[in-house]
Each structure stands twice: as C-alpha cells, then as structure tokens.
Design a binder for this molecule. Structure first.
Ligand code: OAA
Ligand code: MG
Length: 415
C-alpha cells in the first residue's frame, strides 16, 4: 500500500474513528446545571417555542446547523458507491463547514428506493436544521429532488455539486480567461461530463457571458447534439447544432476544457490540439481528467486547475459552500437564490486579485502568490473568503428580499 493511502486511512481511523464529534456549549457539571439543561429547565424554552415557532432560533442550535445529506449515488468522481461509502465525504463536508465557517453540521446518509421516498425523508426532517446541503446525488434525480425540496421547505436547500461547483468554476474561469486575454463570449468551451455539476456549471457560465453555441457538452456517448433522441430535458438545453461527435472533434481549437467526469479522460494528444493559451480545469475528484504534471509537460501556455488540495488552482466547491451558508444563515435567508450565487462568484473572483496574507502563504508552504496563471482563485485557507463571500451573499439575500433578518450591524467587520 502507498504511504499516502495508508496515511489517509490512518487519518480517518486513528485515534478516534471519523472526523467530527459534538461539543457542548453550556455547562453540564452540577445538578443545578442539569436542572437547567434538562428536566425541569428545558420545559421553559419548549413552551416558548410552542407559543412562538421563531423562538427555535433563539433557544436551540438550529440557526447555525446545516444537514449534509446524500444517498451516495455520485460520490465525488467515483460513482454510485452507496450511502455508507459516502459517509467519509459527508463527514468531510461537516469538517469544512466547521473549520472554515464555524457552522455545525450533521451528515445524514439516506437509504431509499424511490426519489419520492428520498424527498419525503428530507422534507420531514428539514425543519430541524438551519439549512440543507445536498451532496453527491446523481443526475437527473438531483434536479427533481432539489426542486421538490425548495418548494416544500422554508430553509435554504443547496445542491453543492451543482451550485457550489458552478460558482467556484465561474469565478475561476472568468479570472483564467482574463489572464489568458480571452473574451468569455468568444471562447469555445468543451465540457466533458453531463451530470449535475456540468449542467449547473454551463448554466452559470452562460449567465456570466459564455455563448451557448460555443459550448460542446459530452456525456458517455459523445457530443450532445441536436440530432440525438436520447437526451434528458436537462441535457437537451445544451444540445449543439453541430456535426462534431467526439472529444477529438471538439477539442481541436478549443479555448476551454472543463472536466467534470472521471479520471484520465483527456489525453496529452488531445490537449496539444487546443487553441493557444488554453484553460484546462480537470475537476474530477480525486483523480482529474488529465494529471497536472502531464498537462504541464505537454504545453507551457496553459492555465491548469484541478479539484485537489495538493496542486495550485484548486477549483473545488469548498471555496463556496461554507461561506454561502454562513451568509444565508446570518440573515436567515429562506432560500439561496440566483442573486446570492452571482454575488458569491464575484466575491471569490475579486479576492484572487488582492494581496495574499502571510498566514495563507504559510498554510501552503509558499513564499509568494499573486494573481496570474498559478493563482486564479483564492486558497481555501484564506480567512478573507468567509468575510467577503458571506458578506456579499448576506447583502444579496437582504437586497433580493429572501432574508428574514436585516444585515447585522458591522457584519463581518471584525471577523
Ligand atoms: O468533495 C469534493 O472535493 C468536491 C465535490 O463535492 C465532489 O467532487 O463531489
Ligand atoms: Mg460533491
């Protein structure tokens, strides 16, 4: 077994299995403490909440708790591993929520038969939480699930693999194209993968200025084109009126390759055929569509990003989901709408252009980072992400009328 594999297994197993635990926020040492925490004292907040349901935010942890919910049908780029095998990823998301945005979360893995059963399960427990982060649920069911839950629940429902990935991809893509001197409206974009993340990324990139007719999306059968009769309604939106059929056909002269599919699906030969100064985001986790070492050995004019923490330009939804929920929870947004998503794109994008603090350089063992080919997007360790993204998102929630609370005074000013 490789040293890294063993280290990863040991990290998860030792000294305590898993990555998260629950901590108490109130004293529970004496009989007097217990009489407040539990019987009889606990009856008082129960009575208050029964009278005024909003008091649940005052007397319980609901307002700062997010449920991370999966069925394990699309675990990273690994496929349908089932609910239990998705649990390390869901605990991982809980770790990231806590580490980066001070949000508590529970991971919930649902075993179910029908999509309806999954929706009902989540809808029935949703009110326990301040928000729900749906994770690693395959397309097209994820679209049906997200829509149904948005209709039935009054707390934010966010499918991270769609919108978290799309927000971070759009932020990094706008910056990468700027560095390469390309206009997003003219860029030929190849998107390998047609799952939840791919469809959401292309939708948002088009909202950010990309031209639909310059987008070539590919699923397992090849290019999604207008003469195919096997397309779901979601894929149909990206059907291109083209004679091109394969990755080889569309990669020639492409300005952008976005991989949201699986490992090693873009070859060195295909990369060579891209236009000068290309942008390659190989975002399949854990193994990208083309390894960055291989890509850089083939050409030196590219901007390369992956979803991984161990290479520069990490295009990963961790740059978004903790912070978009931080902003949403702090103004008690009823949903996460498009205004909030676009605000997050620009907050993330702009931060990459600011000077990088020493603490961020140290966390990445780096001496220097500045906006350019090797730094198009902030690092997850950057403490300004929480401040800037949560502030932009909370403001957008208030301005677009989905917030129950006003922006708190001096919000994120001393964070
Ligand atoms: O977990 C990650 O690193 C990013 C993600 O959501 C995925 O790949 O499904
Ligand atoms: Mg995911």
């Amino acid at each position: 077994m490789s040293d890294f594999k063993q280290a990863a297994l040991d990290y998860h197993a030792l000294p305590t299995p898993g990555k998260i635990s629950i901590a108490l926020t109130k004293p529970a040492e004496t009989s007097a403490d217990l009489s407040l925490a539990y019987s009889p004292g606990v009856a008082e907040p129960c009575r208050e909440i029964a009278k005024n349901p909003d008091d649940v935010y005052k007397y319980t942890a609901k307002g700062n708790t997010v449920a991370v919910i999966s069925n394990g049908t699309a675990v990273l780029g690994l496929g349908n591993l089932g609910p239990m095998a998705s649990k390390p990823v869901m605990e991982g998301k809980a770790l990231l929520f806590k580490r980066f945005a001070e949000i508590n979360s529970f991971d919930i893995e649902v075993t179910h038969k029908t999509t309806e059963e999954f929706i009902n399960t989540v809808a029935c427990i949703a009110d326990s939480f301040g928000g729900i982060n749906l994770e690693d649920i395959k397309a097209p069911e994820c679209f049906i699930i997200e829509k149904a839950l948005n209709e039935r629940c009054s707390i934010p429902i966010f499918h991270d693999d769609q919108h978290g990935t799309a927000i971070v991809t759009a932020a990094a893509m706008i910056n990468a194209l700027e560095v390469q001197g390309k206009d997003i409206a003219d860029a030929n974009i190849v998107c390998l993968g047609a799952g939840a993340a791919a469809i959401a990324c292309m939708t948002l990139l088009i909202e950010c200025g990309a031209s639909r007719e310059h987008v070539y999306m590919l699923d397992r059968k090849g290019v999604i084109h207008t003469r195919r009769d096997d397309l779901t309604e979601y894929k149909q939106l990206f059907a291109n009126n083209t004679d091109k059929r394969t990755l080889d056909d569309v990669i020639a002269g492409a300005d952008v390759f976005l991989g949201l599919s699986g490992p090693n699906l873009l070859s060195a030969e295909q990369l060579k055929k891209m236009a000068p100064n290309p942008v390659v985001f190989a975002c399949s986790n854990p193994d990208p569509e083309i390894h960055p070492d291989l890509a850089h050995s083939v050409r030196d004019d590219l901007i390369m990003a992956t979803g991984r923490s161990d290479y520069p330009n990490q295009v990963n939804n961790v740059l978004c989901f903790p912070f978009i929920f931080r902003g949403a929870l702090d103004v008690r947004a009823r949903k996460i709408n498009s205004e909030m998503k676009i605000a997050a794109v620009h907050a993330i994008r702009e931060l990459a252009k600011e000077e990088v603090p020493a603490s961020v350089l140290e966390a990445g063992s780096e001496t220097q980072l500045s906006f350019g080919k090797g730094y198009i997007i902030p690092r997850p360790m950057d403490p300004r992400l929480c401040k800037n993204v949560a502030l932009a998102v909370a403001k957008a929630a208030v301005d677009s009328g989905v917030a129950v609370l006003p922006l708190p005074d001096n919000y994120m000013q001393d964070a």
